[in-house]
Design a protein around this ligand. Structure first.
Ligand code: PXG
Length: 457
């Protein structure tokens, strides 16, 4: 018997309105228009209760990388749940899926990573990192090395510590965040600057805002720097080439830990197994989630380098930290099956050599549209900046909500992309075919025209 009753779309919308509080949602707004009910999905397409077929240019929420309808992942979960649906990894226990997945993750990660700590989400992974980093410096008898440097407009999750690491002012304002010991420096957002510097000059200036902060606080007070290789929720901010090598230099010079938040960029999104591989950094800690299971089940975790793990293990005794679902067997089994799919189908190399360059080419053409001030994409992660005027660049008034107008037009024309202010972002599944890429670009162009008509009245 199906666990979910077969109700009509409007019945579902009513129940949704009456009982369901959605994440990151203005409910008054939502109830004016009613929620879009997604009922099923296959390949790169989702289907709603009104019978619309929509190309999912966001891979769900940056996660369904292997695409929808993968029976292999369903079978992996079902088989594991029959065998052992749950057991924990506390109290000197483990089970085959958590062990096998730990080994596989270390195998595909940079050589300094030989240990994994599991969590249930990206937020939990970053919370783990805050605790782990502070524990590390405590164990090295430097407890005053407490402060973690992050960036404005970063997104690291929604729990108290993860939202503190994040640099979203709107989130901080609602909950008295950040917690003490987390500070924020400049983001490497060249298009958002006055563009008086070249991108590479600007990248160095942005990186050196970390150094300035270290000098201000004193290096002996700074524990770590955290960054997303490419900021996702902040608007797909692709740093200039000069940025990450300079960040690595600064972390090395001051001995502070480098943390790469790979929740979006991990497992292939940029055409390499990690964003760190793409940009050539050697992080000490790496958080992951989303794409590890292609979103089929929730799983997150932290790759822990030998530098950190050796201290935790040799000097640490018990680390009082862990989640009921750390290394959940079904989630780990699905992750194994998902990573095997990525390997077998060569999907990461496909982004680097085939569909990545193909979609980027179409994306660049969208940059010729009068409404688009900047069209950028790396791997399968891109952004279009909607502007009132291209030369000189003039932005729309925020209150005009042009990004959301465009987003709504897109979805009503069969393409999901997300609006971050007036930036439209995309991150389609890795299995996107050339025809589907063409469909994305054609639909996007048409919807840019429609957006222009809508705002010109
Ligand atoms: N780090 C990064 C870089 C993320 O993008 C998280 C951590 C937190 O992961 P969890 O699993 O706790 O959600 C994320 C999540 C958006 C959006 O609107 C992005 C995320 C989550 C929700 C919405 O772009 N990223």
């Amino acid at each position: 018997m199906a666990a979910i009753e077969n109700r009509s779309g409007s019945d579902l919308q009513k129940l949704d309105k009456d009982h369901h509080l959605h994440p990151f949602t203005d409910h008054k707004e939502l109830h004016k228009i009613k929620s879009r009910i997604i009922t099923h999905a296959d390949g790169v397409y989702i289907y709603d209760a009104d019978g619309n077929k929509i190309l999912d240019g966001m891979s769900g929420l940056w996660c369904v990388n292997a695409g929808y309808g993968r029976d292999e992942l369903v079978d992996a979960a079902a088989e594991q749940m029959r065998e052992l649906p749950y057991y924990n990894n506390f109290f000197q226990c483990a089970h085959p899926p958590s062990i096998e997945l730990s080994a596989l993750l270390c195998d595909i990660s940079q050589p300094q990573f030989n240990r994994v700590f599991f969590a249930g989400s990206g937020s939990e992974s970053n919370d783990t990192i805050v605790r782990m980093v502070r524990r590390y410096w405590d164990l090295l008898d430097q407890p005053e090395r407490h402060t973690i440097i992050s960036r404005t407009n970063a997104y690291h999750g929604s729990t108290v510590a993860a939202a503190s690491l994040g640099g979203m002012k709107t989130m901080h304002k609602q909950s008295g965040l950040p917690i003490p010991g987390i500070v924020h420096v400049e983001q490497p957002y060249w298009f958002g600057s006055d563009r008086s510097l070249s991108p590479d000059e600007f990248g160095l200036v942005a990186a050196r805002s970390i150094e300035r902060k270290i000098d201000e606080l004193g290096a002996d007070k700074v524990a770590a720097f955290i960054g997303e290789p490419v900021q996702g929720a902040g608007g797909v901010i692709i740093p200039p080439d000069s940025y990450w090598p300079e960040v690595q230099r600064i972390c090395d010079e001051y001995g502070i830990l480098l943390i790469s938040d790979e929740v979006i960029t991990g497992f292939g999104r940029l055409g390499e197994w990690s964003g760190a591989d793409h940009f050539g950094t050697r992080p000490d800690l790496m958080s992951f989630a989303k794409g590890v299971t292609s979103g089929y089940l929730p799983l997150g975790g932290v790759m822990v380098s030998d530098r950190v793990a050796d201290v935790l293990i040799d000097k640490g005794g018990e680390f009082f930290h862990g989640y009921t679902y750390s290394g959940h067997p079904a989630a780990c089994a699905v992750a194994m099956a998902n990573l095997r799919i990525l390997q077998r189908e060569g999907l990461v190399a496909r982004i680097r050599n085939d569909i990545g360059p193909y979609l980027q080419n179409g994306w660049r053409k969208l940059g010729e549209h009068p409404l688009v001030g900047d069209a950028r994409m790396v791997g399968l992660m891109g952004a279009l900046e909607l502007v009132r005027s291209k030369d000189p660049v003039e932005r729309f008034d925020e209150n005009q909500g042009v990004g959301n107008i465009c987003r709504d037009i897109l979805v009503n024309n069969g393409l999901v992309m997300r609006a971050v202010g007036d930036t439209i972002v995309a991150a389609p599944p890795f299995i996107l075919s050339h025809e589907e890429a063409d469909e994305m670009i054609e639909k996007a162009w048409k919807c840019l025209n429609l957006t222009q008509e809508a705002i010109n009245g």
